[in-house]
Write a new protein. Sequence first.
Length: 393
Amino acid sequence: MNTKITYTKKIISFIIISLVFINVIDAQIRVIDVKNGQIDSEVQGVFYSLPQTYLTFDVNFDITIQKRGPYYQFANKYLGINDVIFADAENYEIGEIFVSSFSRPDPEQFYFVEYSERTKKDELSVLLTLSESGFIVGVNEMMEIEKIESKIIEQTDNKEFSEQLFRYFAEDNLYKKIDTIIRKINIDTLTIEKEIYKYSMIEKTLEQKAKDAANFISRIRENRFQLISGYQEVNYGESIKYMDEQLQKLEAEYLKLFTGVSMQKSFKKSFTFLPKANDIGKSVPLFQLSKQKGIILENDRSSQNVNVIIENNEVTKGILKFSESTLKAVNNAGGYYYRIPEYADIKLVYKNKIIFKSNKRINQFGVISRTPTFSSKIKFDENTGNVKKIFID
């Protein structure tokens, strides 16, 4: 009988000690959910937030640019060429896509850590470490915050454009015109004819320029034939190959005046996207692309949307109900709020085709929970808001 009484007293004593311990902790620090709780204007404390995930899509675009030659309409007449570019055009295609993520404070997840008078007088003060963005990083732990430096990477074109597409278009723009004027002088029965030559510079017409260019191409081809056939009976040795290559390049440049030029260019554009719980499973426009005009900021009939589709992996589904019931039970008496992040499949869809797939951690899709009240040291992940380490003293 005495043994039972003694055992019962021990249990009662343990419960009383536990309640006193919890009340002491609760009296020192209270963590309040800002969106649900009310904060007394006279209390002192500090705010912290949990991070939410933003996605950055780095999209590479490939452009095919076609420029017609200035003599395109005379290509068939003087050279017998029909395969020419008749109009300037641009064609945009989506190339490689990369996705990265970064964190920003979640406006729905701000918390207030309230300090009481006891915290100031207690020998064991509470050390709360926050990042530059206001994320909670550690409790009672000396920590070094890594400063993330943003780097801007400049991407240059993989194929340079020539500043002057048609290098020989402006050659021989003028030609000399000679007018012969015959002046007759009559002296009695004698007639004298005097010839006067008048020189003037006249601007060539476009067709005259085209004819000159075609004649020059013919001369280049004739010179190449004479060079490789040994017509000049000169032993050029190894240099004959170099001379032939230079003649081919010169011919190609003049042919561009008739056939036009097709060039390739690429550039990179970054798009920032905030995944939202209401958009899960939906097609959300990221940007509009027109094959002829490129990226479109406003609605255009020639453009089509590039959509983002996010599917939640529901990794944290099993602990959701348990976490919700725990939060209701502890109210403001619990420890620090943290978040267990979720993962999601990310797709980009263009013209009803999936052009990109990836899987990323999405913090805001995760589950909110609270640390134990009896933990003395806590380390949080700055990028996710999840607990990385708990030390129980």
